[in-house]
Design a protein around this ligand. Sequence first.
Ligand SMILES: C[S@@+](CC[C@H](N)C(=O)[O-])C[C@H]1O[C@@H](n2cnc3c(N)ncnc32)[C@H](O)[C@@H]1O
Length: 452
Amino acid sequence: MQQLGLESEEQYYARLRGEASRIVEAELRNLLNLVTVTETCFFRDASQFQLFRERIMPTLVAARSASGEERKAIRIWSAGCSSGEEAYSIAITLADMGLYRAHPHAMLEIVGTDLNSDALEKARRGAYSGRAVRNVEGRLLDVYFAKEGRNFQLNEDVRNRVRFEFGNITQTPMPSTGLQDVIFCKNVAIYFRSEVTEKLVRGLRDTLAPGGYLLLGHAESLWQMPEGFELVEHERAFCYRKPMKVQGAGFQGSGFQSSAFRSSRYATAAPEPGTFDDAADTSARYDLCLAAFRAGDWKSAETGLTALISSCPTFVPAHLLLGGVYTHRARYDEAMSEAESVLQLTDLEPRAHLLLGMVAARRQRTEDALQSLRRALYLDDTLALAHFWLGNLYRDRGDFARARHEYENVVGDWERRTFSLTEEFASDLTGEQLVEFCRDSLKRLHANQANG
Ligand SMILES: C[S@@+](CC[C@H](N)C(=O)[O-])C[C@H]1O[C@@H](n2cnc3c(N)ncnc32)[C@H](O)[C@@H]1O
């Protein structure tokens, strides 16, 4: 406003919305450059780059050669690329895999898009600070960068492998090149309202070629719209894949959600036609079971849920609640079988992974527990019980830094009001008690550390 000589926000807003579209566009771009968060670095999240290198690229290259389409381009899009570190990390990975040598130049296309034009300009320059390259292995730093004063200049060969375009992914979620085989859209949607994220994810899904991969940041997940993707896991990293063949109508069913779950994050599979009276009936029956569960009347809850599941086997909340009932009663095999029934309907249901993780933890199957709990958090990182159990497992292994981190997540989510307890697996524990327990554990861990 100072630069434009304007005195009130209203004037500035009028300017942004004004008629002279060119000026407006320029001012809007200035504003976007000021308000967007461009924090990034090379090889941010090493485990996902490992997944990209060891799983995604070999699968895509093999698929091209199996179908005799070796010359058809593999397209990779860094959506919300900021100053280019992510897109260039992709190019460095491909170069280091020897793919540019092994395949014709045109086969590998990388495009980075962003709506911060300053960041894009920096990307095109390819000069980076020591902080930006802090995760680049020494060997790669020597091969692909030249030290120039305090900066690291990316070599021209890598720079030429990436094209940068201005673009708003919420409006035209697609670079000009067409369908993409891999989309990195990391740490962009965290700033969006949920309805914008939903629209974005639909756009990204449509932009992916069949069999294409979507990589999101740690704190992002597709809970709003899990249909149309499979979860892919490699070592400790995850991403999503669009199936080769699009499945039929998947997990719609919001009309079947109980009132207790209407605002929650459950993916609910649609019931099979004709298996029960109507959605309202299912919902009402579920609510009765939930009330019995809350009152500690396990027997009635179990009877009601078993009957409900037999008339509507695809009703996810009933399986989860029954899993909770079984867990309370230490009937672990049955609890796991409920979780597995859910995963057969939708393997992106975080609470089913949480249930498997909790049961495995109770049975001292630490590796299984860690894996399921991490999956749960990848899909929904507000699940307090998953952080809590992970914290306990890490603490018991003597990995105090990770344990602290998990407990801090519980306390932080509580304070930010982004905490979700997952009532059906919480036994009699309330949110307050869980947070208190985590605060206590943190104190004890600090005291242990202080005492050496
Ligand atoms: C925090 S950076 C993430 C950069 C990189 N993807 C990473 O994970 O390191 C977020 C970037 O998303 C961009 N961004 C935010 N909203 C966008 C939109 N609607 N369309 C395109 N880019 C957007 C910002 O300008 C910013 O550069």
